[in-house]
Ligand binder design. Structure first.
Ligand code: MG
Length: 337
């Protein structure tokens, strides 16, 4: 097996602003694994606040012995091997895991979604994210979201209601809210949750600091809308304590170290009675299709990376009416340009 990789800077359509910071592009590491004439494609999206970067990714890849990866792949053993090479680094571990899943599908001649047991008819519509911005820019973004059945609104500043009212002046599409830990007071958060429900919100992601378990648990106990842990839940081991704090979790491949553990997280969340949102970072079609292969097993989907970027190196995912259409092609169904 042969491993190759290229750093890539994924440009954002609009500067991306959330409660804590703003940026205009995202460093990506594109990874390929070749075996028996087939190539598996993977991707690491290294958003700055997660602590990975191209240098850390190259340092990690230099430690990987691809001789460890024998087909048929034992993904549990592979995840353990990668975790033993170095702690953390979930995005670059995800890149390897995604490439191996794509390769597995190609070697078996089957689509990843089928191997993972997903039913395409259960695919939820994906949301399209509207970042924090000035009123004119918000209106422009709402126009770009035309065709999507759900939008996601980033809140967590002092003009939250104004932003929703601007959006509501032009569209009545339902929306997810992501406060990215930006709310500070539990009673104010509850008042917002009640108001947002009246406005057509479907769920709220990470309202308060991930460390404020008591505050988030109180809000979950009182909120009319599902409260979803995102920053508070990274990998499988985090789910157990999340069940007492949130209604559900946001699973992202760049947090879970890839598709294998994401599937285990979804299964465990289900067992514990938690709802599941599958989300993404700024990603190309590669990681987005990897997430889409699991999305039919989730309640909600927020996989809009390719639609919020301008230089996706792959063909865009096929979506109709805001819903991903899973391909029968072997592997991820990723198409090169
Ligand atoms: Mg979030």
């Amino acid at each position: 097996m042969k491993l190759t990789y290229q750093p890539f800077e994924l440009a954002l359509r609009h500067p991306f602003t959330i409660a804590k910071y703003s940026r205009t592009s995202t460093p990506i590491m594109l990874v390929q694994l070749e075996h028996e004439g087939q190539t598996g494609y993977g991707e690491a999206s290294m958003v700055p606040y997660m602590g990975e970067n191209p240098e850390s990714a190259v340092a990690f890849l230099s430690k990987v012995d691809v001789g460890q990866f024998k087909f048929p792949f034992d993904f549990g053993a592979i995840v353990d091997y990668l975790d033993n090479l170095a702690p953390a680094n979930p995005a670059i571990k995800a890149a390897i895991d995604i490439a191996l899943h794509d390769l597995e599908g190609k070697l078996l001649g089957k689509p990843c979604w089928k191997i993972l047991g997903s039913k395409p008819q259960l695919m939820p519509p994906t949301s399209f994210t509207i970042g924090i911005d000035k009123p004119e820019a918000v209106l422009q973004k709402v126009k770009e979201a035309a065709g999507f059945k759900v939008i996601k609104v980033k809140l967590g500043r002092d003009n939250d209601k104004e932003l929703i009212q601007i959006i509501r002046s032009v569209t009545d599409v339902p929306f997810y809210v992501d406060a990215n830990q930006g709310w500070t007071d539990r009673q104010q958060s509850l008042d917002m949750a009640c108001w947002l429900q009246e406005q057509g919100a479907l769920l709220i992601e990470q309202p308060m600091l991930k460390t404020d378990k008591e505050g988030n648990a109180w809000l979950t106990a009182h909120s009319p809308l599902p409260i979803i842990g995102d920053e508070a839940v990274q990998r499988l081991a985090d789910i157990e304590q999340a069940k007492d704090v949130y209604h559900g979790i946001n699973v992202k491949l760049m947090k879970s170290a890839g598709m294998f553990e994401a599937k285990r997280m979804i299964d465990k969340a289900r067992k514990l009675g938690l709802k599941v949102l599958i989300g993404c970072m700024s990603e190309t079609s590669c990681a987005s299709l990897a997430a889409a292969a699991l999305a039919p097993q989730c309640d909600w989907m927020d996989i809009d990376g390719p639609f919020l970027t301008t230089n996706n190196p792959y063909r865009p995912p096929h979506i109709v009416g805001g819903t991903y259409q899973l391909s029968d092609a072997p592997g991820l169904g990723l198409q090169l340009k």
